[in-house]
Design a protein around this ligand. Structure first.
Ligand SMILES: *Cc1c(COP(=O)(O)O)cnc(C)c1O
Length: 467
């Protein structure tokens, strides 16, 4: 299995090189040259596997034999040892046709842990095996940063710098990032929004001499390994459903920001997992919903919502979808992305919109609707949703075609992480101990302006000090 870029100009590379490259050096996103297909018999054989064993099977289809099976198994075991649920990602049944897959039982209580705990361990493994310097650099709307920092803090041979939008992440998210005092961690709090942070990171990764000089590595969902790690839970959820449910058809509803989570489902479907609908749930930052409904991909004014991890305009994985939508034609993707860069928007013809709507169903959830959903599910099922997970549920309610069978709605964060929203409803919750203890710890971060130059200066001194 080799990898190339959506723009076709990265020579076919192997699994570890792909992992280290992150963003394609031609500015595109890395994709596998061919997507392996999983047969019905294979699926049946996988149905009794633990989460860890299932991940091993799926990764083995992609790793090219570059990681010996024993090592890969150990990496996977270590990555999920810090999850508090024995099932790792438990599937909860709310009623006959609605299940919730809880992705938030990792160390930082959000679904980012599922992929990032593994990626942190994989970076440490590669750093040791290949004697490579690993400087992880990323932007976060809150959860990625916390999870990435937790996965590599104190690890030898790795340094991590995370940019987050100053004052635009939840209190718990901020504490999870900034109460870590290991020398290999730098938190930059940027006076701007998430898209500003991501833009700076994107420019630094496109600056190949800078990227090479400082051995920069990506943790954002531009990294294909993260996408692949997330595909595993689509298989896992499907395989846990009763036979009757599987026979009736299985659909997923997915809280979406950067299009990473849902792209992982799209990949699972392309591998042969029988998924009917993929419901794309956005909050009021609804560029992706407008793309699916109207065929216009165009950023509009940024809005702060109850689900800050989805407050994103430019979805970094959109280009991966575009690549498959356009029949894996790298030249066509390149010209469309260049057009987007120069004109600030893309429009799709009506026959294209019809095809997009076969792949995706989209629904945007308003702030009030998000809170009402939390209230309704608390009253009806005694089940407390966080505001991101509530977007998934609201999209299932609002746009899921119930004739297509059962739905699995992805719960992407623990409600304690977003108590600001829960409190608006007058609902009191008890914090897990690992969150409660954060409130007493001192914070450590550097505030910078929305300026690439300032970020570069901070990075250069961080790398100098921490040689
Ligand atoms: C990151 C995140 C999302 C959105 O996932 P994408 O991969 O960016 O689409 C949804 N919910 C929570 C809690 C998140 O942290």
């Amino acid at each position: 299995m080799k990898y190339n870029s959506t723009r076709g100009k990265v020579a076919p590379i192997g699994f570890i090189d792909m992992f280290l490259m992150g963003l394609g050096e031609d500015g595109g996103l890395i994709v596998p040259e061919t997507i392996p297909s999983v047969t019905d018999d294979q699926l049946k054989a996988w149905s009794k596997l633990s989460y860890q064993d299932l991940m091993l099977e799926i990764f083995s289809l992609f790793t090219n034999g570059e990681i010996p099976e024993r090592d890969l198994r150990q990496l996977i075991q270590d990555s999920y040892a810090g999850f508090t649920s024995p099932a790792v990602l438990p599937l909860t049944t709310l009623n006959d046709s609605l299940h919730v897959l809880e992705l938030f039982h990792g160390p930082t209580f959000a679904f980012k842990d599922v992929a990032l705990q593994f990626m942190g361990n994989l970076y440490a493994y590669v750093a040791k095996k290949q004697n490579k310097v690993v400087n992880i650099l990323g932007a976060t709307s809150g959860d990625t940063g916390a999870s990435a920092i937790s996965s590599v803090r104190g690890k030898e041979g790795i340094q991590i710098c995370i940019l987050h939008p100053n004052g635009k992440v939840s209190l718990v998210q901020e504490l999870q990032m900034t109460t870590v005092h290991d020398d290999n961690v730098l938190n930059l709090s940027v006076n701007g929004n998430f898209d500003d942070c991501q833009q700076i990171i994107k420019e630094l990764f496109e600056d190949i001499p800078f990227k090479t000089k400082y051995h920069l590595r990506a943790i954002n969902s531009i990294n294909f390994v993260r996408i692949l790690a997330q595909s595993v839970y689509y298989f896992y959820a499907y395989l846990q459903l009763p036979e009757k449910a599987k026979a009736s058809g299985v659909n997923f509803s997915i809280p979406t920001g950067n299009f990473g989570n849902i792209f992982s489902g799209y990949l699972a479907k392309k591998m042969g997992l029988p998924i009917k609908q993929l419901v794309l749930a956005t909050n009021e930052n609804n560029i992706l919903e407008r793309f699916v409904r109207e065929g216009v991909y165009k950023p509009e004014g940024f809005r702060s919502t109850h689900s800050p991890s989805m407050d994103i305009q430019i979805a970094s994985n959109f280009e991966r979808y575009l690549y498959y939508f356009m029949g894996e034609d790298a030249a066509a993707v390149t010209s469309r992305m260049e057009k987007f860069k120069s004109e600030g928007q893309l429009t799709f013809a009506s026959e294209e919109v019809a095809r997009i709507q076969q792949d995706l169903t989209a629904y945007s959830v308003g702030n009030a609707e998000c809170l009402e959903t939390i209230r309704t599910y608390q009253d009806r099922y005694g089940y407390l949703l966080d505001p991101h997970s509530a977007c998934g549920i609201a999209a299932y309610e609002g746009a899921g075609n119930k004739n297509d069978g059962v739905f699995v709605s992805l719960a992407t964060a623990h409600p304690a992480k977003f108590d600001e929203a829960i409190r608006l409803l007058g609902i009191e919750q008890k914090f897990p101990e690992r969150i409660q203890e954060l409130f007493d710890k001192p914070k450590h971060q550097v505030v910078v302006d929305n300026s690439k130059t300032e970020v570069v200066a901070q990075l250069e001194s961080f790398y100098r000090v921490n040689k």
